[in-house]
Design a protein around this ligand. Structure first.
Ligand code: TXD
Length: 309
């Protein structure tokens, strides 16, 4: 039985880690697409030559032509500019919107049955754009942000407590930006609420660091944004779809009634399996959490209003 075909639209920092991790874990055969001549081909060739050292037989190739993504089972999109210091994710809107429209047309033409994970920023607007332009059903178009934000939250809690990252569970909902909503009430350490281990002051510090974590890395790197953790977060989602794992993950999903949201992509818990976004899980939000979620939603709505697709 053939391995799934996974097309990576964008072979830059995140695309490179995606290609390496997906191929070396043999999750599928990988085609990297990029507009820069030679970049996808060179990266793919380098990784393919290293495959004997990890024992992977997955195929790796690079292309500058969308036809290379023909009949992909899964498409992961990182095409677009990344932030530089002093930029917000929203500052990328105009440029990345044009890119995402062209990407959606290319994927619609060559991989019309693919499941699609969008990563490009501003995430909530980009995944919405892909959905609208491609016309793909909502279960096959999902955005990666919540897994990354929840993972960062988990790391900060684990580091503070000196416990294994494996034992910290967390959910971050809402838009992928400063208004994201880390749900402290649902953060647990080995099933025990984190509020039993940390003061409110420390929790507030960790929530603030989670919201600013992307910018913290951008300020340090100066030349771009985080790329390993975002890639690994997308692989968590890809693996759940490819292996039908039914993981419950915070993803940017099209909500049509769920959480009282009608027609926007926003970060919510969902079940990811062979059917893509198989269902959205509505967790109970108290008044404070609902207010934060609504504020985040308003930011997403304002952003999406700026794009006519
Ligand atoms: O959690 C999240 N969703 C975010 C997403 C986490 C981190 C980074 N986030 C965003 O992902 C970031 O703000 C960017 O919008 C994307 C990709 O970030 P990356 O760090 O991979 O950017 P690079 O290294 O600049 O790679 C982008 C590649 C680059 O090689 C370009 O040549 C290519 O995109 N590109 C295109 N590929 C295909 N088609 C078109 N039109 C195109 N234009 C540029």
């Amino acid at each position: 039985m053939a391995r799934p075909k996974i097309a990576l639209i964008g072979g830059g920092n995140i695309g490179g880690v995606l290609a390496e991790q997906i191929a070396y874990r043999e999750l599928g055969d990988v085609v990297i697409f990029d507009v820069v001549e030679g970049l996808p081909q060179g990266k793919a060739l380098d990784m393919a030559e290293g495959a004997p050292l990890v024992g992977s037989d997955a195929k790796l190739s690079g292309t500058n032509d969308y036809s290379g993504s023909a009949d992909a089972n899964l498409v992961i999109i990182t095409a677009g500019l990344a932030r530089k210091p002093g930029m917000s994710r929203d500052d990328l809107l105009d440029t990345n919107l044009k890119i995402m429209k062209s990407v959606a047309e290319g994927v619609r033409e060559h991989a019309p049955d693919a499941y699609v994970i969008v990563i490009s920023n501003p995430l909530d607007a980009m995944v919405y754009t892909f959905k609208k332009v491609s016309g793909f059903p909502k279960n096959r178009v999902v955005g990666m942000a919540g897994v990354l934000d929840s993972t960062r939250f988990r790391s900060f809690v684990a580091w503070e407590l000196g416990v294994s990252v494996r034992d910290v569970s967390a959910l971050v909902l809402g838009g992928h930006g400063d208004t994201m909503v880390p749900l402290v009430r649902y953060c647990t350490v080995a099933g025990v609420p984190v509020t039993q281990f940390l003061s409110q002051e420390k929790i507030d510090e960790i929530v603030a660091r989670t919201k600013g974590a992307g910018g913290e890395v951008v300020a340090l790197l100066k030349t771009g944004s985080a790329f390993v953790s975002p890639a690994l977060a997308a692989i968590e989602m890809a693996e759940s779809i490819l292996l039908d794992k039914k993981r419950v993950l915070a993803c940017a999903c099209l909500c049509e009634g769920e959480y009282g949201v009608d027609g926007l992509y926003v970060g919510v818990p969902c079940v990811l399996g062979a059917g893509g976004v198989e269902r959205i899980i509505e967790v109970e939000l108290n008044a404070d959490e609902r207010a934060l979620f609504d504020a985040s939603l308003e930011h997403v709505r304002t952003l999406v209003k700026q794009i006519e697709v």
